[in-house]
Design a protein around this ligand. Structure first.
Ligand SMILES: C[S@@+](CC[C@H](N)C(=O)[O-])C[C@H]1O[C@@H](n2cnc3c(N)ncnc32)[C@H](O)[C@@H]1O
Length: 383
């Protein structure tokens, strides 16, 4: 090992000490794959409201390695086009590609229960670092990775090639999977999806595993692990809290404009039976999304500083606070409130109590023994 060998060993030891990295082959991969190479041409460092570009060529080599081996998520693209070598000053923007923090990446790969002969489909290549970790064990022919952004895909493909993995890097929409190389033993998504696309189930062998973050709010999302059955359905549970950037086609456009005007015409007003502030907690937020899939959650304040919480669905606007005003054909808050009350009555179960089943017609979620915590989203119902 050369160059960054000691940083790689140090990072592997830190992940092992945290109990995240337990598999010997994966430790070997973390010690071998040079993360800094995957960050070219550079990264954007979070400065609160802006992002400071830092390029490999423009920085001190020691500083570059220190950043590359910090266990942080490092943004590598903003707003769907901007790379760190295209600006010299800090800029505002929204990260659209990144190298996910190694704790999350390694934790997800561990949860995949990989065997050396497995064929894997990865959705969201990003820098290609997670792809390389899997190639190290499975071999380049057994890993297919899909990236929706052509520039990101081209960069990842070139880096993977230079570090020695001529894997299958596909440019396209990973929500469709990649039928040409199916069936896969494992599907892993390193972007969040509103629900697991049935195409992934169809492209996975019976007994195979799909691992993906589900949900669409910036928090309150969970890591779903489902096993595909002989009958073409997939079943499993939410195994932990998890947070990822949303799959591009499903990214939520921020609700803009005068929110009070949008909610001025309420059809009803009443006291909330449960505090809407519950929606700022992870598990209630996850369950609320199951009750009103597709709704956007917006935090705001009045000019006097009083807090306002809004739930919007793509076509209809509803309001929520301690006094709840609802408008439009669907009473979003009524649905959310029923769920939160049932969750509290069940003793506030953790997100890991949620199980799910994916079929070609519907997505069912439930908590065992709790009839009021059960949802079925029909695929043709859309959201
Ligand atoms: C968090 S990054 C991936 C991290 C990566 N695995 C790593 O650690 O290097 C998420 C990536 O998913 C990509 N992405 C978003 N939507 C996608 C889609 N529908 N299909 C394939 N890739 C997608 C983004 O462009 C972004 O590069």
């Amino acid at each position: 090992m050369t160059g960054s060998a000691s940083e790689r060993r140090r990072m592997a030891a830190a992940l092992a000490n945290k109990g995240v990295l337990t598999l010997p082959w994966l430790r070997g991969a973390v010690e071998s794959v040079p993360r800094e190479r995957f960050l070219h041409p550079g990264v954007f460092l979070d400065e609160g409201r802006t992002w400071r570009p830092l390029t490999a060529l423009g920085s001190d080599p020691d500083e570059w390695l220190k950043i590359a081996y910090s266990v942080d998520t490092l943004a590598t693209q903003l707003d769907g086009h901007l790379a760190a070598d295209q600006v010299s000053e800090a800029v505002a923007g929204v990260p659209t590609s990144s190298s996910t923090d190694p704790t999350t990446v390694v934790g997800m790969i561990e949860a995949l229960d990989l065997k050396a002969e497995h064929r894997v489909l990865e959705i969201g290549t990003g820098t290609g670092y997670s792809t390389a970790l899997m190639c190290h064990y499975l071999g380049e022919d057994n890993v297919t990775t899909i990236e929706v952004d052509p520039q990101v895909a081209a960069r990842a493909d070139a880096t993977l090639e230079t570090v020695g993995y001529s894997t299958w890097t596909v440019t396209g929409d990973g929500l469709l999977g990649h039928p040409r190389r199916a069936p896969y033993h494992r599907v892993i998504a390193t972007c969040a999806v509103r629900r697991i696309p049935y195409t992934w189930v169809r492209q996975t062998r019976p007994g195979g595993i799909i691992l993906s973050t589900v949900g669409s709010w910036p928090w309150g999302t969970g890591l779903a692990k489902v096993t595909v059955k002989e009958n073409g359905t997939a079943e499993g549970s939410i195994i932990k809290r998890s947070s990822f950037m949303q799959a591009r086609a499903q990214a939520v456009t921020p609700v803009a404009g005068d929110l009070s005007a949008r909610t001025a015409y309420a059809d009803s007003e009443r006291e909330a039976r449960v505090s809407p502030l519950r929606l700022e907690e992870w598990v209630p937020a996850f369950l609320a999304q199951l009750s009103v899939p597709g709704a956007h959650f917006v935090r705001a304040a009045t000019s006097e500083g009083a807090r306002l919480l809004y739930l919007f669905d793509p076509e209809r606007a509803d309001g929520g606070g301690w006094v709840v005003r609802q408008g439009g054909p669907v009473a979003l808050w009524d649905k959310v409130e029923r769920t939160l009350i049932a969750w509290q009555a069940a003793g506030n179960p953790d997100i890991t109590a949620v199980q799910l089943r994916v079929t070609d017609r519907s997505h069912a979620y439930w908590v065992d023994g709790q009839p009021a915590l059960r949802w079925e989203h029909r695929v043709d119902g859309g959201y």
